[in-house]
Design a protein around this ligand. Sequence first.
Ligand SMILES: *Cc1c(COP(=O)(O)O)cnc(C)c1O
Ligand SMILES: [Zn+2]
Length: 380
Amino acid sequence: MAPRDRLVCSRCQESYPLNDLRWRCECGGPLDIEHRPRFDQRSIDDRGPTLWRYREALPIGVDVPPVHLGEGYTPLLQGRVAGYPVWLKQDHIFPSGSYKDRGAAILISHARSLGVSHVVEDSSGNAGAAIAAYAARAGITCDIFVPEDTAPAKLAQIRGYGARLHRVPGDRQAATLAAQEAAETTYYASHVWNPFFLHGVKTFAFEVWEQMGRRAPDALVLPVGNGSLLLGAAIGFQELLAERKIHRMPRLIGVQARACAPLAAAYEQGAEVPAPVAPGFTRAEGIAIAMPARGDQVLAAVRASGGQFVTVSEEEIVAATRAWWRHGFAMEPTAGATLAGLTRYLSSSTRDREIIVSSITGHGLKASASLPDLFGERGP
Ligand SMILES: *Cc1c(COP(=O)(O)O)cnc(C)c1O
Ligand SMILES: [Zn+2]
């Protein structure tokens, strides 16, 4: 943390001290962190293979003790889509089983350094599990609000970490409203609103950069619900660009489930804010977000990078999930949706020899209750 780091509103530019406990601007807009990262190659090389090797690039002081579970520096493995090589970040092997640990580790470390003893969060499952895991590690108590229809394994996982679980009747938005009411009196550890989460997720970009020989790929194919991975990756690569570690931004390709695609629709319409949608059922529960709070930022980041959106059907999600399991990659259907999007993107792209990085965002055991349906007697 440098002395001039501060929170800045993404809508009206109002600023607040970095250690302010507020979760949004007075105007209602989401807050960003203004921060000058440092990449000290010697310090990076001296540290072990975790995301804490980029300490000087994180907006928390180097003297703040990290709350950690050994997270980060996940393998970047090569896979093939119709014979075409692609690079897959193995973010399903994080301690809590999803990439959300990147954000949770930094957010909870920051919260503990402020003396916070209790946090609240709302989630379709994985962010709640990650916050619950790191809160447990830190000795912080937490309340997690989830929609009623959250996958059973994710509910059990959140309870297993000792969090208080609230199943909120209604849709995903109802869980958000319940958490925000609780956040009036306690710290909001939101993976959507809290910018420390995004500054943990940005380590995805730093790891890819190092693992590719300190270069940026040509394109990133990433899932988008609220857009925390896409925005975090965009911040990371922008910081690398600003520090002249790379020469240009990768194109950002956002994948949405066709049943709930407010950002893909806005992109098609040339709109700057998410399009109103009536969400249908999707197996990609982790990206079923009808009203993404940072949707304007996601649209701006995708457009500025020269990227695009793709949408995938339920059939494509199931087919991709099954196909990748059969190559040894155990992923939940939300992660399968990203790889379905990768296939779709490659089949439409006319670019030659493009270097593409994607991510396996959530472990297959997260969806254990639906595995018999995917692979059992009722399966293929
Ligand atoms: C949270 C999550 C996503 C999408 O993240 P957003 O921030 O909503 O864009 C994708 N895959 C998995 C497995 C997730 O848990
Ligand atoms: Zn504002």
